[in-house]
Design a protein around this ligand. Structure first.
Ligand code: ATP
Ligand code: MG
Length: 394
């Protein structure tokens, strides 16, 4: 009989009446994530989501790893199934939990029956399976109060299941349960992490990349596409909006004082992001800004970029140390791609002495040399949209 995967829901169980909506959202996300791997049945009973293979030789290892990246799941366990017979269950437990039983100093068995016609009570079943395990692994003692290992036995409609030691899931809330935001995705280390953080809060994301060809190369764009693809493991499928940024940067270079280049460029990014957000019903702009990291990340600089948009800017990395951000980037699997040595539009016309404490009025005065509306419209008209689908091995 096939293995199954049991997923315990995180925060969404707290959501009262909305719970069904959250569960359905989560199950939809799980089904889409599993689709490239194989055919699986996904269903929810009593705040646990069950995943069963619906074909021979389904890759349960790949399914398990994929589900560990889906937001909204707090714990997962692999379970093995057998006939609903006490001796079959005992034999399965002895065999399936061998490694765990040999490692643990103490254990107990907890049983659950959703099929009440099973001819033993939960307590009787726990004692029976516990006895069989004790006999097979005499060095591991029974401890019902504080066991190192808890063996779970479940009698369900179609089969009995045995499992141990759940592992941590990604936590958070199901993507799509908390609205939509746009996220500014450069090729750097930070913005994939900020995108991940906001997706974890249940927000569906639309990544936007500003592209300054030929100052930044095709390879730089491919790198961002790859980062977006990696992020679909967590964010689900997305459409990357690649905004042509060359003309804007050239205009800034030609018409504004050098010390303001970065600030004005960032104000254009925010304006364009705002328009894309409005067109797609997105309600916030996510960036990977981090206080004090570079010249454009002072509070004054942030104020001058925030001034051009009515949307809240979400900056989940703002208080982190670089080392923590790097740890997250490694953990979510974007670091190695982020450090590929391709330039970003931010580094194309970098001022030698950027203004770090700009006054908003100064920035506005400098920017008056540009036809902001026409430049924004032109960039929006030239957007290239790249669909990013979930992959088997994202
Ligand atoms: P990152 O590692 O994400 O590039 P950073 O520390 O290099 O961040 P900046 O280059 O100042 O910081 O950019 C700050 C934020 O602005 C980025 O985190 C990202 O959200 C956004 N951003 C910068 N360049 C681009 C770009 N070319 N396209 C889209 N967003 C960008
Ligand atoms: Mg950058």
């Amino acid at each position: 009989m096939n293995d199954i995967i049991l997923c315990k829901l995180g925060e969404i169980v707290l959501k009262g009446l909305n719970r069904k909506i959250f569960e359905n959202k989560l199950m939809g996300n799980m089904r889409r994530r599993l689709a490239p791997i194989g055919q699986f049945k996904v269903y929810c009973l009593q705040s646990t989501i069950y995943v069963e293979a619906e074909e021979e030789n389904a890759d349960m290892d790949a399914a398990f790893e994929a589900l560990r990246q889906v937001f909204g799941i707090i714990k997962l366990s692999r379970a093995a199934g057998c006939d609903k017979d006490k001796d079959a269950i005992a034999a399965l437990a002895v065999d399936y939990l061998r490694d765990e039983m040999l490692q643990a100093k103490s254990f107990k068995v907890e049983s659950k029956r959703s099929d009440k016609s099973f001819p033993m009570t939960s307590i009787e079943l726990s004692q029976y399976i516990g006895g069989a395990l004790q006999e097979a692994y005499p060095a591991t003692r029974v401890d019902v109060h504080d066991p190192e290992l808890t063996v779970h036995v479940e009698i369900r409609d179609l089969a009995a299941y045995v499992h141990a030691s759940p592992v941590d899931g990604a936590g958070g809330m199901p993507v799509g349960s908390n609205g939509t935001a746009v996220t500014l995705l450069s090729g750097g280390i930070d913005s994939p992490v900020s995108t991940y953080m906001i997706a974890r809060r249940g927000v569906r994301l639309i990544p936007i990349h500003f592209f300054s060809f030929p100052y930044t190369s095709q390879a730089a764009k491919e790198k961002v596409v790859e980062l977006g693809r990696l992020l679909t493991a967590y964010c689900g499928r997305m459409t990357l909006e690649v905004v042509p940024f060359t003309h804007i940067q050239e205009e800034i270079r030609d018409k504004c004082p050098e010390e303001y280049f970065t600030l004005i460029m960032r104000r254009f990014m925010m304006r364009i992001a705002t328009r894309i957000a409005k067109d797609n019903g997105a309600k916030a702009i996510v960036t990977g800004e981090n206080l004090g990291q570079v010249a454009s990340q002072t509070m004054e600089a942030m104020a001058s970029t925030q001034a051009v948009t009515p949307l809240p800017t979400l900056q989940p990395l703002v208080g982190m140390d670089k080392e923590e951000i790097v740890q997250w980037a490694r953990r979510i699997g974007t670091f190695d791609t982020s450090i590929l040595p391709y330039e970003d539009c931010c580094t194309v016309f970098t001022p030698r002495h950027p203004r770090t404490r700009p006054k908003l009025s100064e920035v506005e005065a400098v920017e008056a040399a540009l036809d902001v509306t026409a430049l924004v419209d032109e960039a929006l008209a030239g957007i290239e949209r790249i669909r990013l689908d979930e992959q088997e091995d994202a």
